[in-house]
Design a protein around this ligand. Structure first.
Ligand SMILES: NC(=O)c1ccc[n+]([C@@H]2O[C@H](COP(=O)([O-])OP(=O)(O)OC[C@H]3O[C@@H](n4cnc5c(N)ncnc54)[C@H](O)[C@@H]3O)[C@@H](O)[C@H]2O)c1
Length: 253
């Protein structure tokens, strides 16, 4: 899909991979709306790229409905959705203090899985009635899984299962929307240098980076954004989850 003048929504756009994606989309001429729980972060990136920042909790139906409507008022219905909003939560299923708090588990599922589904349903509903573009395309949805979907480590039960569900959502969505020309893909990043990672001590970041076969470093958010742009550009890319990890395969811990 050509992105010039096309309305795009990026969740988690106030930080990390979402912010880099917003920048790449704007540089390619898209009209970008950044949705984030961190409204100030989204507004700051939006000001930089000439987009709009909208406060939104992706896990909440009403909040997402209002944010998608707000974006559509400004830019028209979005044909591009990139789901980057997400959270991590470490904790064993049964830790020293007993079983993992169920609400903590549910919150990760609500944001990473239900938040992804929530925006997918709303943006797809807005794109379905639009006229088809070149090649019959009406829209493209890219969600963010993780290599943890395949190699979840001890302590990542909540995160890994939420991301495995994002993998499982991709093909049925691509199949459902295929007759309308809306493609659905996901990216499974390895280890990327974002605020999520930068919270870790430098030596931990260095050792994580060194575990990546090649290149032996953390990924850069621009490299994630470059894959989003490649998916948008390539009409045969559909129903697929693409690892972006420098050949990293995570160990049990
Ligand atoms: N950084 C990595 O190494 C890595 C690896 C694999 C997958 N991922 C995934 O990539 C995505 C982006 O991560 P990142 O590294 O850029 O993290 P980040 O923390 O920099 O950005 C995530 C953004 O999501 C927002 N967010 C959180 N909960 C939200 C909610 N309920 N509603 C709306 N926005 C919400 C946060 O405010 C933040 O701005 C996440 O889904 C993450 O799980 C990251």
């Amino acid at each position: 899909m050509r992105t010039e003048g096309i309305a795009a929504i990026v969740t988690g756009g106030g930080s990390g991979l979402g912010a880099a994606t917003g920048r790449a989309l704007a540089a390619a001429g898209a009209k970008v709306a950044l949705l984030d729980l961190n409204e100030a972060g989204a507004a700051a990136v939006a000001a930089e790229i000439g987009g709009i920042g909208i406060g939104c909790d992706v896990s909440d139906a009403r909040s997402a409905e209002a944010a998608v409507a707000h974006a559509a008022e400004a830019h028209g219905p979005a044909r591009i959705l990139v789901n980057c909003a997400g959270v991590v939560n470490a904790g064993r299923i049964v830790g020293r203090k007993g079983p993992l708090d169920l609400a903590a588990y549910a919150r990760v599922i609500e944001i990473n899985l239900i938040g992804t589904f929530n925006l997918m349903r709303l943006v797809a509903a807005g794109a379905l009635p639009l006229d088809p573009l070149e090649g019959g395309e009406r829209g493209v949805i890219v969600s963010t899984a993780s290599v943890a979907a395949y190699e979840g480590q001890i302590g990542q039960a909540a995160y890994a299962s939420s991301k495995a569900a994002v993998v499982g959502l991709t093909l049925p969505a691509a199949r459902e929307f295929a007759p309308a020309g809306i493609r659905v893909c996901a990216i499974a990043p390895g280890l990327f240098e974002t605020p999520m990672m930068k919270g870790l001590p430098q030596e931990v970041q260095d050792s994580l980076g060194a575990a990546v076969p090649f290149p032996p470093r953390l990924g850069r958010p621009e490299e994630y954004a470059a894959l989003v742009m490649a998916i948008l550009a390539n009409p045969m890319m559909n129903g697929e989850v693409i690892r972006l990890d420098g050949a990293l395969r995570m160990q049990a811990k």
